[in-house]
Ligand binder design. Structure first.
Ligand code: PGA
Length: 255
């Protein structure tokens, strides 16, 4: 059975004070057993402050992006070693906002994935189709290309360090989540694809999470999908109350 993962992707939000207070509330709200598999992804500049508060808790720290080179003249970028150094266990790679706004292609995503795994930081690897691609029946083709290219040259014995996040672009920040059926359909497709790329035992254990307008009101039904092992939450992760509810629902929906 795959481990359930709930990520809070804060994106470019919060002040330092808000980041500190949100983290403190989550640490207090969630019991230790509920904290397992919870990953907070604040902006880079607040990672250390959040890490300090998380000491003594099971909640994990994640970054929202990384650059694939180990060091050097790459103004503005952050390496895997730096993330590791300040205590990040996870990094989000290939988020649709990075792909769309910052023009990251599958090749860049692949380089980032490989260097993160090499550096011992687990990846939350995001894939998802646009509305046009869905309307043109290109959902599976798009996801297949993103996953095959993203995982190119990644040995399958590293797959246990990868969480796949299915985030349909049309559902992100729009308030229009995928229906549980739509999500399960793609998650099951992803698991089949992973079986093909590795084997059944590896693919069966991989965590595949859904993202895109997840709220405390819709997560219960989304979790009914057999291949939905958690969520990557944007907007609703900025409130301790709603993120706590989402974590609790996810934790209670699995034995
Ligand atoms: P959202 O964002 O929950 O605000 O739709 C999800 C994400 O982008 O990871």
């Amino acid at each position: 059975m795959p481990k359930s993962i709930v990520g809070g992707n804060w994106k470019m939000n919060t002040t330092l004070q808000e980041a500190v207070s949100l983290t403190g509330l989550l640490k207090d709200n969630l019991k230790v057993s509920q904290q397992e598999g919870v990953v907070l992804c604040p902006p880079f500049v607040y990672l250390s402050a959040v890490k300090d508060i998380l000491r003594g808790s099971e909640i994990r720290l994640g970054a929202q992006d990384v650059y694939f080179q180990p060091k050097g003249a790459f103004t503005g970028e952050i390496s895997v070693g730096m993330l590791k150094d300040i205590g990040c266990d996870y990094v989000i790679i290939g988020h649709s906002e990075r792909r769309q706004i910052f023009k990251e292609d599958n090749d860049m995503v692949n380089k980032k994935l490989k260097s993160s795994l090499q550096g011992g930081v687990s990846c939350i690897f995001c894939v998802g189709e646009t509305l046009e691609q869905r309307q043109e029946n290109l959902t599976e083709k798009t996801i297949r290309q993103q996953i095959e290219a993203g995982l190119d040259e990644v040995p399958s014995d590293r797959y246990n360090q990868i969480v796949i996040a299915y985030e349909p672009v049309w559902a992100i920040g729009t308030g229009k989540n995928a229906t549980p059926e739509q999500a399960q359909e793609v998650h099951s497709f992803i698991r089949k694809l992973l079986t093909h790329l590795s084997n059944e035992i590896v693919a069966r254990e991989m965590t595949i999470i859904y993202g895109g307008s997840v709220t405390a009101d819709n997560i219960q039904s989304l979790m009914e999908g057999n291949d939905i092992n958690g969520a990557l939450v944007g907007g609703a992760s900025l409130s301790a109350d709603s993120f706590t509810k989402i974590v609790n629902i996810i934790k209670n929906s699995r034995p």
